[in-house]
Design a protein around this ligand. Structure first.
Ligand code: FES
Ligand code: FES
Length: 164
């Protein structure tokens, strides 16, 4: 199948690539760009482990073709820490023990990032609703909610949530 050129900006860096039209965005990020923090946990678009931010909104990157991301701005989990400092969400998952195996964590954090951009002071119910598309088989979710509450208070007190 003929390849198509795409141009995407990922974590502030522009990439131009020739890709097959059938290539999923999650495979582009992991296999072409080597950004393996974005995980693949299912083949039914249900787990949310592959969640990224595309043009300001959270997206399951297994549901998008790489060619559909042409011209877009993408942030992955690798783009959150700045100058060796964890993003408040990453710090929150560390401080509140928001993970066990950690497989779901990148997707959880990117969905929470989307939530805090829209709503810097979410209720517990709003946090749980925002995570509806993300499955965790280990934690029971309680500490994930606490981690996001921790990050929300850090962000409100000290710094904006947005990453470039
Ligand atoms: S890999 Fe499970 S929703 Fe994308
Ligand atoms: S920490 Fe293991 S799947 Fe969430």
């Amino acid at each position: 199948m003929a390849k198509q050129e795409i141009r995407v900006t990922v974590n502030g860096r522009e990439h131009r690539s020739e890709v097959e039209p059938r290539l999923l965005l999650v495979h582009y990020l992991r296999d072409v760009l080597g950004l393996t923090g974005t995980h693949i946990g299912c083949d039914t678009s249900q787990c949310g482990a592959c969640t990224i931010i595309m043009d300001g909104q959270s997206v399951k990157s297994c549901t998008v073709f790489a060619v559909q991301a042409d011209g877009s701005q993408i942030t992955t989990i690798e783009g959150l820490a700045k100058d060796g400092q964890l993003h408040p969400l990453q710090e929150g998952f560390w401080e509140e023990h928001g993970l066990q195996c950690g497989f779901c964590t990148p997707g959880m954090i990117m969905s929470a990032y989307d939530l805090l951009q829209r709503n810097p002071d979410p209720t517990e119910a709003e946090i749980r609703e925002a995570l509806e598309g993300n499955l965790c088989r280990c934690t029971g979710y309680q500490n994930i909610v606490k981690a996001i509450q921790y990050a929300a208070s850090r962000v409100r007190e000290h710094e904006p949530v947005a990453a470039s």
